[in-house]
Design a protein. Structure first.
Lengths: 245, 115
């Protein structure tokens, strides 16, 4: 198919799809409407379970089974990326050369690094109270560690970021989530049921299993992003074509 | 205009599709897929919006004092973002391998089979 024919086919299909989408838009309930039956029920259930952040309550309590699926997707994608970006037989590993970093960049990165890590941990720990949670905080922690790549060099990053440990941490966090889910079944109700006492509303320990599941997801998210981010610079910096002999 | 946010979502989706179909670079195509996915964020958040609503977080908000937006779609949007990021990572890894094996990232030059 030439480019021209392809564009014509695209125009026909796109016009049809656009017409259908616009027609569908006019059939949706109006923007900003007051009718949200599920939302109202979710808010009530979340308050009854002493979880201040309703979204955390949906993700880690009312629909924690869906989050199990989401976590598996994250885990599978990390696995896929690790397999795709492995060192193949016709490649070899080169020793990365240390590079001089501009002083302001180095200073700034080293000052911001602990602040960013702490912010990430804060976001994870307060997932059931304020906006944020395991996934978001995990990404902040993982990207914060990579400030070391900017501030120092690749070898310093590799020292504080042994990828094997993070891969194990990823698997450990995923199994912690599963074990917590099974504990709900053993405690007498159902898989991923909220079986712990709900605690005092708006405190760190409120919400029963929500903070625990949130912490497991935080660890999984952080480890997964570290492993993912480690594989791409690996390809650029270390792995080279040819067997190196 | 109470349908404008939905129309914006449809427009973002179609723009992403156009980019995907006319892309001459696989990395650009992965970006276009992310644009398509952004349409779903707009749609989800538009569906869940309530006039005068605030975030459904009750740590500094008295329950019942203000309308809150629908938390179900917010949770869905979070799932959407996570899945989108992981899909992008796997696709970029695939593009890297394609570029190494075939020496090109133009989808039009990748038509021939290679053993």
């Amino acid at each position: 198919m030439t480019r021209r024919v392809r564009l014509i086919v695209l125009a026909v299909g796109g016009t049809g799809l656009a017409a259908l989408l616009v027609a569908a838009c006019f059939c949706l309930p109006g923007f900003g409407g007051d009718r949200h039956p599920y939302g109202d029920r979710v808010v009530r259930a979340s308050l009854a379970r002493h979880t201040a952040n309703t979204i955390a309550s949906v993700n880690f309590d009312q629909r924690s089974f869906d989050t199990l699926g989401e976590m598996s997707i994250l885990f599978a994608s990390v696995l896929g990326t690790v397999v795709l970006l492995r060192q193949t037989r016709d490649e070899h590993r080169a020793e990365p050369e240390p590079e001089e970093v501009a002083l302001p960049v180095r200073r700034y990165a080293l000052v911001v690094l602990p602040v960013a890590v702490l912010t990430g941990l804060y976001v994870i720990a307060h997932g059931q109270l304020s906006p944020g949670g395991g996934f978001q905080g995990g990404v902040v922690v993982a990207t914060a560690l990579h400030l070391l790549y900017l501030g120092a060099d690749y070898r310093a990053l590799e020292r504080i970021r042994p990828v094997g440990t993070y891969e194990a941490g990823d698997a450990l966090a995923a199994s912690a989530y599963l074990v917590l889910g099974l504990a709900g079944a053993v405690a007498g109700t159902a898989v991923l049921a909220n079986f712990l006492p709900y605690g005092t509303f708006n405190t760190l320990s409120s919400g029963g299993t929500v903070p625990l599941l949130n912490a497991a997801i935080g660890m999984e998210g952080a480890c997964a992003v570290v492993v993912l981010l480690a594989r791409f610079p690996d390809q650029a910096v270390e792995i080279e074509k040819g067997d190196g002999r | 205009m109470s349908v404008l946010p939905y129309l914006v979502a449809a427009w973002v989706f179609l723009v992403g599709c156009y980019g995907l179909a006319t892309s001459r670079n696989l990395i650009h195509a992965v970006g276009c897929l992310a644009v398509c996915q952004s349409a779903t964020y707009v749609l989800l958040l538009a569906v869940g919006y309530r006039d005068g609503g605030t975030a459904p977080v009750f740590s500094d908000l008295k329950p019942g004092s203000r309308p809150v937006v629908d938390p179900v779609v917010q949770a869905l949007a979070l799932t959407d973002v996570v899945v989108g990021a992981t899909v992008t990572a796997v696709l970029l890894a695939l593009v890297l391998q394609i570029s190494k094996r075939h020496g090109t990232v133009d989808p039009d030059e990748l038509s021939e089979l290679r053993g």
